[in-house]
Design a protein around this ligand. Structure first.
Ligand SMILES: [Zn+2]
Ligand SMILES: [Zn+2]
Length: 336
């Protein structure tokens, strides 16, 4: 099979011919139809984060395909079913986090395309219990970005406790942001989209943003305060400054949800203002299998639109450059 492999951290990816993996106990073998490119894959390949993957490895955690074989004991899914391979490759299923609906916090979790091989390949093996069935009404091409960008932002809106009529600021309109703003609308929010590029703000308008703010040409904190301030701010831009501005735009009682993971890992928070204004800072990491089912169901019901462009796996290094240059409107998806 063809696979894109990170040979050593920081090196360009290599397209290699590898044997199709055998599904082990409790695993399924998935023939990939679509595999999304998430910014995390670039951080993984570069070894940007404190906990690094071990090279060589195959990145990718927005994999969607058809089950071709079952390993010994795999009994949740059937051959021929279409499933998604997400960041949460597996978890222990028995710790306090797993038992309380917070499997994404499990300390024994494996992560697809990071601690185990992922979806940048024609075939991948995955844990039968942790792949999520894709409804017939959702194409594999759309399902791929929903598998990380979708579920991550859907969960962020959920944990923000956004209520109907409240104002939600979405900072960064890209692969994640274009979906985040649609979920904020579904939850009944009034949405202010913030980005540095007018083209992305135009996209935000098309997808239902009520207001847009260009943070390159205006001070976003002042602009958002002039619009009444934010009850919720979801920070999807990989810059500590963007986090601080998102915090600064909050009204009293406001909630900042941190989602992006800047390589520069620190922001400054005023304690006095946090206390007196009753502000909250919430970290949110991907979403559970149940969250992903809900994301697929919303899409099947026609409530969301995925903006993505198709690419071939052999173009992977050019695609990384494209994403890093900011030229990609939302998401790139490798098609097989
Ligand atoms: Zn991701
Ligand atoms: Zn666990």
């Amino acid at each position: 099979m063809q696979a894109a492999v990170v040979p050593t951290l920081g090196a360009k990816l290599e397209i290699q011919q590898l044997p199709v993996p055998e599904p082990g106990p409790g695993q399924v073998l998935v023939r990939m139809e679509a595999s999304g490119l998430c910014h995390t894959d670039i951080h993984a390949a570069h070894g940007d984060w404190p906990v690094k993957p071990t090279a060589p490895f195959i990145p990718g955690h927005e994999g969607v395909g058809v089950i071709e074989a079952l390993g010994p004991g795999a009994s949740v899914h059937r051959v021929g079913q279409r499933v998604a391979i997400a960041w949460l490759g597996s978890a222990c299923g028995t710790c306090s986090y797993c038992l309380s609906g917070w499997e994404t916090l499990c300390e024994s979790q494996q992560n697809s395309g990071y601690s185990v091989n992922g979806a940048y390949a024609e075939y991948a093996v995955a844990d039968d219990r942790y792949v999520v069935t894709v409804p017939d009404a959702v194409s594999s091409f759309d399902a791929a970005p929903l598998t990380c960008a979708g579920v991550t932002t859907y969960k962020a809106v959920k944990v923000s406790n956004l209520r109907p009529g409240e104002t939600a600021v979405i900072v960064g309109i890209g692969g994640l942001g274009h979906l985040a703003l649609q979920y904020a609308k579904i939850f009944g929010g009034r949405v202010i989209a913030v980005d540095l590029e007018d083209a992305k703000l135009d996209l935000a308008r098309q997808l239902g943003a009520d207001e847009v703010v260009n943070a390159r040409t205006t001070d976003p904190v002042e602009a958002i305060r002039a619009l009444g301030g934010a009850d919720v701010a979801i920070s999807l831009a990989v810059s500590p400054r963007a986090f601080e501005q998102a915090y600064g735009s909050l009204r009293r009682g406001g909630r900042l949800v941190c989602v992006a993971l800047p390589a520069d890992d620190a922001m400054t928070v005023p304690i006095f203002d946090t206390v007196l204004s009753g502000k909250s800072i919430i970290g949110s990491i991907v979403g559970t299998r149940k969250d992903l089912q809900e994301v697929f169901d919303l899409h099947a019901a026609g409530r969301t639109e995925v903006i993505a462009q198709p690419r071939k796996l052999i173009e992977v290094n050019d695609c990384f450059e494209e994403v890093l240059s900011g030229r990609v409107p939302a998401r790139l998806v490798f098609q097989f």
